[in-house]
Structures are given as C-alpha cells and as structure tokens.
Design a protein around this ligand. Sequence first.
Ligand code: CA
Length: 230
Amino acid sequence: MASVLVVEDDQFVRSALIRHLTEASHTVRSVGTALEALREVAHIGFDVVILDLGLPDLDGAEALKMLRGITDVPVIIATARDDEAEIVRLLNDGADDYLTKPFSVEHLSARLSAVLRRSRATAAGAEPPSRVIRVAGLSIDPLRRQAELDGAILDLTRREFDLLAFLAGRPGVVVARKELLAEVWQQSYGDDQTIDVHLSWLRRKLGETAAKPRYLHTLRGVGVKLEPPR
Ligand code: CA
C-alpha cells in the first residue's frame, strides 16, 4: 500500500490509473497539470509520483526538474512516446523508472512495487530479506539456489542463477550492464560480451530468444530487464 500522486491530463488514462491503483489498495490523488502536481508534492508526502510526459502546461523534462527541485519522492514517468533517448535522458535526470503507454495493469504494478521496494530498502538501509522471488511462471529460491519455470526445475550454472536472481529481484527495472558486472560478476570493468554470452545461455534455458523475448529484454545501449511476459 502506498500513497500515489497521478499526474495525467488524459481523463481516460487517469481514470484507468486511479481504478487500478485503488483496486491494489493504494491511496491515490490525481491532478492534470504539472503546476498542480508541484503544489501537491509541496504539501503532501507521497510514496511515489506517476508523471505523464505530455502535460498541457510544462514539458515532461521541465516538470521532472521542478519536481526534483522540491522533493526526492520516487517518480515513474509515463510516456506515449517509445523514445529510448528521451527515456534514458529522464532516467539520468532523476526519474526512477518509466512506463510506455499503453501499459498493462501487470506492468504498472511491477514498476510500482520495484520502485517502492528500492525506496523503502534505501530508507531502511538494508537489503530485502532472502525469500522466494516469483515473476509470473518463474520462481527463484535464493537460499536453496533453485530456479523453476512453470514448475520445471531449471538446470543453471552458478553465474546463470546469479544473473537470473538479480534481474528477477527487480522486475521491470532496467539494469545497466555496468551494474550487472559489478553485482553479478563483482567486476568494476569487463566487456559486454561476457554478459551477452551468459544472457543468451540463460535465454535458451528459459526457452526464449533475443528476437522473441518473454522474460528477458535487452534495451540496446541501456541495459537488461526481466519482466512478466505480455
Ligand atoms: Ca498527456
């Protein structure tokens, strides 16, 4: 449960968001302009803001910058434009995650819980406890080091398991290659090929390919993410 501010001028998208979030037991407030959003965050402490990039009063990047000027609340940008360059720029400018419209309820919840988990883990200054990670048909038990796909045990190497567990622990979040190298390989440098090779082995075991991904998605020049199949 979280308190969410929805900033969206499209009445249809806005009602759908409010309905999904309320059904998931979140508390929701909504506004249709960036200036109203700024006024809201100045007065109310939200857990997360979902910010539409196509607002009538301010350009998305401008709105994000002004929000960041007054609060460090996690911001998920929502964009109709599937524009990788713009998304990367805004992620670098302080957005925590993004959704491209139209998005499914599953994507919305996955992004939301990932962002909340990260901000709460940071607030608590602790790693989340070891427990079984489930993303759609995938289930990963970090303690027993066992992974299953649709009930069948996956035969993974140590590295493949670590890679899968790391990505599945952040469903929907794009993880940069540099971060994967540091977290899974414990290296501060290395070539991308190492990651690509392990990813392709892992994909084969998950029964998917880079051209037809189900769980593992590569965003060229950005990183890799694991999310529930559409
Ligand atoms: Ca809009």
